[in-house]
Design a protein around this ligand. Structure first.
Ligand code: MFK
Length: 556
């Protein structure tokens, strides 16, 4: 019989994760860490079991049945079996609730997102509706709408699967996902004084959600985004039938295939205004910011999974007479993956910390500005990085990485959604400009960075600290020069954003590396920080006149 290569294996994903464990040890009081560890250990074990299971049976997909045998329109969604289990786990483990509970004070978000990080890949993308549910809870709480808060928020935050509700977020229409100003869905008042929505929502993720938040234009309102209002819907009756809406089809997506994303026609669906009958974008902004934080956590979870598999495989796979793990070039590749992941991890969890402190009322104005700036930065950078790293991980397996039943292609397919939904890289780069123009963010960014780098300077990291300072200087000088030229500012917005994200991530990783060396006597975090800084932090392409316009429109 010919040689059979053993497959990569995963151990308990909490116990095996040096980066997460070291971060939690530095960040949490010992009694908080001891209290949450059973959750993390259980989800770390579930991650390993779910991975083995997924290799034995293919992950299912939802299906839509529009008509029953008698000719009645029913639009029945049959969910992938993993989704039924995922809902139960989400409620019981409190994957939304933990972020809102007072038990761990300002550390509530760290507890929640450590669980989400461990669970994401095993969840069959149930993290998508959980993100939106978390966003809806934050949004309704902020709206002050007492009736909706009382009705929905306890359900969103329930740990009882029978009580737990998930929420969708319906913004995207055929006129645009990034630019919602062309929203065509209309809100009209019926004869009984009830608001009803009419229109076509082009991308309703988690169509099985119990509630949804939707933008619509109240009848008689002017054009433009500012006139949109935010509405709350419960799309189904208690018996499961749809309330005046039709599910036209499920989206045939590149990845996230367990997740039922639909095209939906609203034909008088009853809805409640969340707040005033305008400024809907402003009202839904908390949802966008919370789901963007989730997106980043899901991105680092994807990276960590890929790195864990590639590392295990490198020890098993022998080529040219030696395991891959002993071959200099492969070792360099694995080290690059680890360094990039580690920096992305620290930036993401720093945003999570700020979110928790903001929620606990323990954030000053400068840090509020910093949170607003870092949210689009972390989402846009980690989303892109998750795709690049997943692609590299597949390559670490050679031809096997391209084969479906290794489970690896799904990592890459699923990663590709991360830079797209919840705002593409370019839309988020423009959001960064929106924050900088409003005058917030940069002051907090620079002063927080100064403190982090000062901590790092005490260890053997001086050269890397100088690299970060120089790169940050390049970015701020560019920003000053471009400030008076709106075209130049927009053209360089992505490079600026990625540079700002990398420089802050490097500062956090250096600071953590110095701590880990001092307290844990572990040199690995410092090594990751040094390597990450050396890989390049800020880069601006030199732009010549009209080259971009000429090349983008090249038709020969
Ligand atoms: C792995 C799990 C991931 C979970 C997945 C969930 C799946 C959901 C599937 C989807 O639906 S994906 C599509 C989601 N859509 C987006 O993310 C929208 C992307 N587009 C944007 O983010 C645009 O920037 C935006 C629609 C917000 C632009 O809207 P406008 O109205 O043209 O912008 P404008 O006029 O600058 O801003 C209006 C107000 O909102 C301003 O406040 P004021 O009225 O007080 O001046 C802005 O400051 C405010 N604003 C905008 N973005 C904000 C924000 N405030 C806080 N945070 C933000 N991010």
């Amino acid at each position: 019989m010919s040689f059979v290569q053993s497959a990569a294996e995963l151990g308990n994903q909490y116990r095996d994760d040096r980066v997460l464990r070291s971060y939690l040890k530095r960040t949490l009081p010992p009694d908080t860490l001891a209290a949450i560890e059973p959750d993390l250990d259980a989800l770390g074990e579930h991650a390993a079991v779910a991975w083995r299971r997924s290799l034995q049976s293919p992950r299912g997909e939802p299906s839509l049945t529009n008509w029953d045998a008698t000719g009645e329109r029913i639009d029945r969604i049959d969910l992938a079996p993993q989704w039924v289990e995922a809902r139960e786990i989400a409620a019981r483990r409190g994957l939304v609730a933990a972020g809102h509970e007072a038990t761990h004070g300002e550390h509530a978000r760290v507890h929640q997102f450590a669980m989400v990080y461990l669970h994401h890949v095993a969840s069959a993308f149930f993290t998508c509706p959980l993100a939106m549910t978390d966003g809806a809870a934050v949004c309704l709480k902020a709206s002050g709408n007492a009736i909706l808060i009382e009705r929905a928020v306890p359900r969103y935050l329930s740990r009882d699967p029978a009580q737990f509700w998930i929420s969708g977020q319906w913004m995207t229409e055929t006129t645009g996902g990034s630019d919602v100003s062309g929203t065509q869905t209309q809100a009209r008042v019926d004869a009984n004084g009830r608001w009803r929505l009419y229109g076509r929502k082009w991308f309703t993720s988690a169509i099985n959600a119990d509630t949804a938040l939707a933008l619509a234009r109240p009848e008689g309102s002017p054009a433009g985004a500012d006139a949109l209002a935010l509405f709350y819907l419960e799309p189904r009756r208690a018996d499961g039938r749809w309330r005046n809406l039709r599910v036209q089809r499920l989206k045939p997506k590149l990845g996230t295939r367990e997740l039922p994303s639909a095209e939906t026609e609203l034909d008088g669906a009853p809805a409640e205004p969340v707040g005033e009958l305008k400024h809907g974008v402003r009202l839904i902004a908390p949802v966008l910011n919370v789901t963007r934080a989730w997106n980043a956590v899901c991105a680092i979870a994807t990276m960590r999974r890929g790195v864990a598999l590639a590392r295990d495989y490198a020890n098993r796979r022998v080529v040219f007479g030696r395991p891959l793990a002993e071959q200099a070039l492969h070792v360099e590749t694995l080290a690059d993956l680890q360094a990039e992941f580690e920096a992305a991890f620290h930036l993401t969890f720093y945003v999570v910390e700020l979110l928790g402190r903001a929620q606990a009322g323990r954030l000053d104005a400068a840090h509020h500005g910093l949170l607003r700036l870092l949210t689009p930065l972390v989402k846009l950078w980690t989303g892109k990085l998750a795709v690049a790293l997943s692609s590299e991980v597949l390559e670490c397996f050679g031809g096997a990485g391209y084969i479906e039943d290794t489970g690896l292609p799904q990592l890459l397919r699923d990663a590709q959604v991360l830079p797209i939904w919840e705002g593409t890289t370019n839309v988020l780069s423009l959001d960064v400009l929106r924050v900088l123009r409003a005058g917030g963010g940069l002051t907090g960014y620079l002063s927080a960075q100064r403190a982090l780098l000062a901590e790092a300077e005490t260890a053997d990291l001086g050269a890397a600290v100088r690299t970060v300072r120089d790169a940050t200087g390049t970015l701020t000088e560019w920003l000053q020069r471009a400030a008076s030229d709106p075209h130049a500012l927009e053209a360089g917005a992505r490079e600026l954003a990625i540079g700002l994200a990398r420089c802050f991530a490097a500062s956090l990783t250096l600071s953590h590396g110095a701590w880990s060396q001092r307290v844990e006597n572990d040199p690995r975090a410092s090594a990751a920080a040094r390597r990450f800084a050396a890989r390049g932090l800020a880069r601006f392409a030199v732009r010549h006149g009209d080259d971009a316009r000429m090349l983008a429109g090249d038709v020969s």
